[in-house]
Design a protein around this ligand. Structure first.
Ligand code: GUN
Ligand code: ZN
Length: 424
């Protein structure tokens, strides 16, 4: 099936922070979609064909669908839990909620809600932590596969410092992860992320078996948490007294590579930053979560200068919005407090191609280049009266993008396409 999607297209082919002319924009643009892939992109006048079905999204912007590089699927009912920082928040709200995912029927029901929310917010790919129960990952992969959505997910491995109902064991964590990899990694657009929750909830035995999984499946991503909160760091180092620093724990068990996504990465030592750069390990900035849990201020420019690649993510349910636009809004404010600037071109690059680069998937998602999946978000920069008023004073594309970045949310998402299919 071929169809033409018409609108104002915007796609990045390089990082605008380091490269001039990093994007291409067509004011009266079009994308030809064929079998779920982008076949061509350009000016409507050049691409139109008499017999091809057309969908007209003018005057809206068409971008690659947003990519969320760190989100917790079993926390859809944890968002907006009051009054705690990380460790209390986990114990009081999060672990009890995740224990519900052992109940028959709960994970499939939540998976539908979760994917509906992602799509309503223009997110077409997410890197998701599931609960420790194998069936939570099973439910998420099944639901994502049915929609042809590229999901990267894994069941959390955690064998200590949490209630019984969310614990696995080193052996069951290994076996369940292995079975899920065999069933889902590479099935359609699904990919597996080996998922030790963080060092606090894994014994050295579990970390060792995680390292074994990583060696046996070098093609899988790995996701975990690093240096989010000062109490977390102190507790972690007390549990691994031989470690030089927090990152050294993950290094000891062979987890560091360009497949590793380290959520938060806020309070880092110089040695940790240098090792992340040397090994290609990715930092993931979670602005709404870092503010909500009072965790700290991510150092985007410092990591970039050291050569660390960073993603940006919602971190629902520590994070407070599914919207990558709202995530960029709060990210802008955090970097303001750091004396750093998040330009709207850098912001929209980050939520699309930048996150794809962090995943090593920029040849498949995150741009509108021919050959990429037709995963698209259609954005309305006048979606609310307040936005429309502000837009009356916007003269450039950068200004329009900044209005979306600061004022936009799911109301600005006019349509989301997954592999060429309209989802809203
Ligand atoms: N560290 C370990 N688990 C979690 C989690 O679920 N959310 C956040 N924000 N940090 C974590
Ligand atoms: Zn997280």
């Amino acid at each position: 099936m071929r169809q033409l999607i018409r609108g104002r297209t915007l796609s990045f082919h390089a990082d605008p922070v380091t490269t001039e002319n990093a994007y291409s924009y067509h004011e009266d643009g079009a994308i030809i979609v064929s079998d779920g892939l982008i076949e061509a992109i350009g000016d409507y006048a050049d691409l139109r064909q008499a017999d091809m079905p057309e969908i007209d999204h003018r005057p809206h912007l068409i971008l690659p669908g947003f990519i969320d590089t760190h989100i917790h699927f079993p926390q859809v009912q944890v968002v907006a839990s009051w009054g705690a920082q990380l460790l209390d928040w986990l114990n009081t709200y999060t672990f009890p909620e995740e224990s519900r995912f052992s109940q028959q029927g709960h994970a499939p029901e939540m998976a539908e809600h979760f994917l509906n929310l992602l799509l309503a917010h223009g997110t077409t790919t997410a890197v998701a932590f599931c609960s420790s129960h194998k069936q939570s990952a099973e439910a998420l992969f099944s639901a994502a596969h049915a929609r042809n959505m590229a999901m990267i997910a894994g069941k959390v491995m955690m064998d200590r410092n949490a209630p019984e109902g969310v614990l696995d064991t080193p052996q069951s964590g290994y076996d369940d992860s292995k079975a899920l990899i065999e069933k889902w990694h590479g099935t359609g657009r699904q990919r597996y992320a080996i998922t030790p929750r963080f060092a606090i909830t894994s014994t050295p035995q579990q970390m060792a078996m995680t390292g074994q999984l990583v060696r046996e499946h070098p093609d899988c991503h790995i996701q975990t948490h690093l240096s989010e909160n000062l109490d977390e760091i102190a507790f972690t180092l007390s549990l691994y007294p031989e470690a030089r620093d927090y990152l050294d724990i993950y290094e000891t068990y062979g987890l560091l590579s360009d497949k590793l996504l380290l959520g938060h990465s806020i309070h880092l030592e110089p040695r940790e930053i240098a090792r992340m750069a040397e090994t290609g390990s990715r930092a993931v900035f979670c602005p709404t979560s870092n503010l909500f849990l009072g965790s700290g201020l991510f150092d985007e420019a410092g990591l970039r200068k050291a050569g660390v690649v960073s993603g940006i993510a919602t971190d629902i349910g520590g994070g407070t919005s599914y919207s990558m636009l709202q995530t960029l809004n709060e990210g802008y404010k955090i970097l303001q407090l750091r004396g750093q600037k998040l330009h709207p071109f850098a912001a929209f690059h980050w939520a699309t191609r930048g996150n794809a680069v962090a995943l090593g998937m920029e040849d498949q998602i995150g741009t509108l280049a021919p050959g990429s999946a037709a995963d698209l978000v259609v954005l309305d920069s006048r979606a609310t009266p307040a936005m429309a008023l502000r837009m009356a004073r916007a003269e450039t594309l950068a200004e329009e993008l900044f209005v979306l970045q600061i004022m936009g949310d799911d109301r600005s998402v006019a349509q989301t396409y997954v592999a060429g299919q309209a989802m809203l």
